[in-house]
Design a protein around this ligand. Structure first.
Ligand code: ADP
Ligand code: 5GP
Length: 185
């Protein structure tokens, strides 16, 4: 079976951008594990595709019903991977890709998913800050929480927890490296 790939890295480092490039080039090869979240959709985000957007009440109910493989609180919202979201992809026979934070990485490592772990790093924290503010989606408070989390994510990556680290400096170069990692299996 194709091993799932967990992509993580600081918010604003370019994970969604790289994944969108991959899905555009290979529309039939991959399945994205659609996470549930209580944060509000950003302009352009599609419910059921980018995330399953839900309420805190519903999310907590799902926790009680053991629907999640893993869940975490990030920047004031809940995020979680359901058993169903991963199962849907695995049943389709496609390679399963997950985009989750450091807490999720630690949780998935304890499961029997047998995933490979890829970390997408920004060239620097200053550049990360520019990207986050350039995206124009975050309040100052949310930006600060994300930058704080970014420091912890980077420190975790330095412990060697991931199978590979790609620095997303030049987008085309990072994308080429992403494809190399994914097709290596
Ligand atoms: P993430 O999914 O990791 O939170 P995004 O994919 O939303 O990050 O990227 C954050 C912002 O940075 C977006 O505005 C995106 O267009 C931009 N971006 C992504 N990769 C690069 C890159 N290599 N160089 C410059 N800007 C980038
Ligand atoms: P964003 O709000 O920018 O889409 O995502 C914020 C953070 O939450 C990112 O680090 C992203 O990888 C992470 N994330 C998204 N879905 C999940 C999930 O299901 N579980 C966990 N643990 N983190 C997630």
């Amino acid at each position: 079976m194709l091993r799932p790939i967990v992509i993580s890295g600081p918010s604003g480092t370019g994970k969604s951008t790289l994944l969108k490039m991959l899905f555009a080039e290979f529309p039939d090869s991959f399945g994205f594990s659609v996470s549930s979240t209580t944060r509000k959709p950003r302009p352009g985000e599609v419910d059921g595709k980018d995330y399953n957007f839900t309420t805190v009440e519903e999310f907590k109910k799902m926790i009680d019903q053991n629907k999640f493989i893993e869940w975490a609180q990030f920047s004031g919202s809940y995020y979680g991977t359901t058993v169903a979201s991963v199962k849907n992809v695995l049943d389709s026979g496609k390679l399963c890709l997950l985009d989750i934070d450091m807490q999720g990485v630690k949780s998935v490592k304890k499961t029997d998913l047998n995933a490979r772990f890829l970390f997408i790093a920004p060239p620097s924290l200053d550049i990360l800050k520019d990207r986050l503010s350039g995206r124009g989606t975050e309040s100052t408070e949310s930006m600060n929480k994300r930058l704080e989390a970014a420091v912890a994510e980077m420190e975790y990556a330095e412990t060697g927890a991931h199978d590979s680290i790609i620095v997303n400096d030049n987008l085309d170069k990072a994308y080429a490296e992403l494809k190399k990692f994914i097709f290596e299996q």
